[in-house]
Design a protein around this ligand. Structure first.
Ligand SMILES: NC(=O)c1ccc[n+]([C@@H]2O[C@H](COP(=O)([O-])OP(=O)(O)OC[C@H]3O[C@@H](n4cnc5c(N)ncnc54)[C@H](O)[C@@H]3O)[C@@H](O)[C@H]2O)c1
Length: 250
C-alpha cells in the first residue's frame, strides 16, 4: 500500500543508518514528501546501492560512523555550510550477539552501547545547536522494546536503548521552550537485516511476545516516525512512542 505523504517541503533531514532497513524506508518517504535527505551510514556498499536505486537529486550519502564524535561533527559542519538541519533521525544501531551478560565479550558489549547510545548523543550534540539557532527541529531517536522491557541475552542492546530513552526525556525537556521536539520510538521486531545478528530462537521468542502475532512492517514504522518528524507534531516531546503490536503497553 502506498502510504500517505507528509509535507516536508524545504526541510532537510539527516537519517543515520539509512542505507537499509527502517532508515532507508524513512528516507524514501521523506524524499517523496519533499525533503532533502542526507544518509549517514558505515556500510559503503549499501550506501552506494541506495543512492543508485533511489536516483533522486535531493538525496546524498556519506560514510559516517555515528560512534565517532569527530566524524559526526565534521559531517554536520559540512552540511551546515549549505543548509540548516531541520530533522534528525537517530536510527543507526546494532543488536550485537545473543549471549548472557556473564559470557558477553567485554569489547563487543561496549561497542553495542557505544553505537546505540553514544551515536545518538554525538548526533544530537553536534546538530542541536543549529536547531536552537533556527528555533526549529524534530528529532526521533529509534530505541526498541528491548530498552523498555530488557530482553534476556541482549543486555548490551537493552542497556543502550534504555539509555537512549533517558537521553530523549532529558533533551526533550531541555528544548521544550523552543519549537524543537525530541521523541523516542520503541518498535518490536521487524524483518530487516538486523535480525541476522541474533539467533533464530531469540527472534522467535521476541515474536511470541507480540499480541498482534506478527512482525512490524517497515512502512508502518515509517508512518509513526514521519508524524513525529513533521510540523504537525507541535506538542509531543520528551516522550516514548510505542509501536510494539501490544507487547509493551506502558
Ligand atoms: N528491525 C527490528 O526488529 C528492530 C526492532 C527494534 C528496534 N530496531 C532499531 O531500528 C534501527 C534500525 O534498524 P534496522 O532494523 O533497520 O537494521 P539494519 O541493520 O537494517 O539497519 C541499521 C543500519 O545502521 C547502520 N549502522 C550500524 N552501525 C553504524 C554506525 N556506527 N554508524 C553509522 N551507521 C551504522 C548499518 O550499517 C545499517 O545500515 C536500529 O537502531 C535498531 O536497533 C530495529
Amino acid at each position: 500500500m502506498d502510504k500517505i505523504s507528509f509535507d516536508f517541503t524545504n526541510k532537510t533531514a539527516v537519517v543515520t543508518g539509512g542505507a537499509q532497513g527502517f532508515g532507508l524506508d524513512i528516507t524514501k518517504r521523506f524524499l517523496r514528501s519533499g525533503a532533502k535527505v542526507i544518509i549517514w551510514d558505515i556500510d559503503v556498499k549499501m550506501l552506494d546501492k541506495a543512492i543508485k536505486n533511489i536516483n533522486n537529486p535531493n538525496l546524498s550519502i556519506k560514510k559516517v560512523d555515528v560512534s565517532n564524535f569527530k566524524e559526526v561533527e565534521n559531517s554536520t559542519n559540512e552540511i551546515l555550510e549549505e543548509t540548516n538541519i531541520d530533522i534528525l533521525i537517530n536510527n543507526a544501531g546494532i543488536t550485537g550477539p545473543t549471549a548472557s551478560l556473564w559470557e558477553y565479550d567485554v569489547e563487543i558489549w561496549k561497542k553495542v552501547v557505544d553505537i546505540n547510545l553514544m551515536g545518538t548523543f554525538n548526533c544530537c550534540r553536534s546538530i542541536v545547536p543549529n536547531m536552537i539557532k533556527n528555533n526549529y527541529g524534530r528529532i526521533v531517536n529509534v530505541a526498541s522494546v528491548a530498552g523498555k522491557d530488557g530482553n534476556a541475552n541482549a543486555s548490551a542492546y537493552s542497556t543502550g536503548k534504555a539509555a537512549a530513552i533517558g537521553l530523549t526525556k532529558s533533551l526533550g525537556k531541555e528544548l521544550a521552550d523552543k519549537n524543537i521536539a525530541v521523541n523516542a520510538v520503541t518498535p518490536a521486531g521487524a524483518k530487516t537485516r538486523i535480525l541476522d545478528q541474533m539467533t533464530k530462537e531469540h527472534v522467535q521468542r521476541m515474536l511470541s511476545k507480540v499480541p498482534r502475532g506478527r512482525f512490524l512492517e517497515v512502512e508502518e514504522f515509517t508512518s509513526l516516525v514521519c508524524w513525529l518528524s513533521s510540523e504537525e507534531n507541535t506538542f509531543s516531546t520528551a516522550a516514548v512512542f510505542d509501536i510494539s503490536g501490544g507487547r509493551s503497553t506502558y
